[in-house]
Design a binder for this molecule. Structure first.
Ligand SMILES: O=C(O)C(=O)C[C@]1(C(=O)O)C=C[C@@H](O)C=C1
Length: 310
């Protein structure tokens, strides 16, 4: 059986563009799904070897459906990170003019990224959420509930739609970050430009608990690139934290920080260590180098063995 990769479809989504960056997926079966849960379920059930899912947008922030699914579905690993520049156009059935637009189909994350433009140019619009950017546009052919859709610019190359407005994103440089997720597997070897993702809960509701969580990283010289709280869901005011740390789990400072979180947090989930999309080498101060940790451990072993101190 050929290997299958799941992605949010239909064909033409930014998620598909992210999957196109994965050399291992080239020439394999690509399965278009309707939501993140379905994509991850494909991985859990073994229907697909991996799924590409959006995790963060530079304007809208964390994709909550993804962060919550990763927290709640056991046995998954992030094995890669990919960036896609996102741009949007407003499209409609041929013949529609902008002043006729009352209702807009849009994926919620795309909608959030184009709100300023919509508020300025279609101030009284209503919004129908879609499962993806391409699905938003294709729904215009299936029913007339909406007059226009927010879609990727390439949509008009494949479908008979008219562009009513270009570059409608609130930030022309918006980027969405995607991750490739597989079943739990051994972590790939470090590249020197890696990221480690975890989700951790705080021990109890007390002053300084979050600070203590963050100290696990700061005292080992580990920089964080993402800290996002998500409600655990069982009671008001209870949160878990999604954390991206610079470095690889086999880096001594990262491993030591994770051990610290493990001792402190009632629930820690390791999501993976994987190469950063921007390939930027991890920066850290020399005193947190692997060699310094190893030397300290050797010193301890020597003390225990009764060797005289150098
Ligand atoms: O991949 C697509 O095109 C999508 O519709 C999904 C998605 C997302 O899930 O965040 C991806 C990127 C954009 O920022 C908006 C929507």
């Amino acid at each position: 059986m050929s290997e299958t990769y799941s992605y949010l479809g239909p064909s033409g989504t930014f998620t598909e563009a992210a999957l196109a960056q994965v050399p291992e997926a080239e020439g394999k079966d690509w399965r278009s799904v309707n939501n993140v849960g379905e994509a991850l379920d494909d991985v859990v059930s073994g229907r697909s070897v991996a799924a590409m899912i959006a995790i963060e947008n530079s304007i809208e922030g964390g994709v909550t459906a993804t962060l919550d699914a990763l927290a709640n579905i056991p046995g998954l690993r992030i094995i890669g990170e990919y960036l896609v520049r996102v741009q949007f156009v407003l499209v409609a059935r041929p013949g529609t003019t902008l002043d006729e637009v009352r209702v807009v189909n849009a994926h919620p994350v795309a909608y959030a990224q184009t709100r300023k433009w919509l508020d300025a140019n279609v101030p009284t619009h209503g919004h129908i959420p879609s499962t993806s950017n391409v699905a938003a546009a294709l729904a215009l052919f299936e029913n007339d509930l909406a007059d226009a859709a927010i879609a990727p610019p390439q949509i008009v190359q494949h479908h008979a739609l008219e562009v009513l407005a270009e570059n409608i994103a609130d930030n022309a440089n918006a980027v969405t970050r995607f991750v490739l997720v597989s079943k739990s597997a051994a972590v790939p070897a470090p590249t020197g430009a890696d990221k480690t993702s975890i989700i951790a809960e705080l021990p109890e509701d007390r002053a300084g608990a979050l600070l203590e969580l963050l100290e696990q990283f700061s005292t080992r010289g580990v920089n964080l690139s993402l800290l996002q709280s998500r409600p655990i869901g069982d009671a008001l005011g209870r949160y878990r934290f999604v954390i991206d740390a610079d470095g690889h789990i086999t880096d001594e400072r990262v491993a030591d920080a994770l051990l610290g979180v493990r001792r402190f947090s009632p629930h820690i989930l390791f999501l993976g260590s994987y190469p950063r999309a921007d390939k930027a080498p991890v920066q850290y101060t020399a005193r947190y180098d692997d060699g310094v940790f190893l030397e300290a451990r050797q010193w301890l072993a020597a003390l225990i063995a009764g060797e005289p101190e150098a």
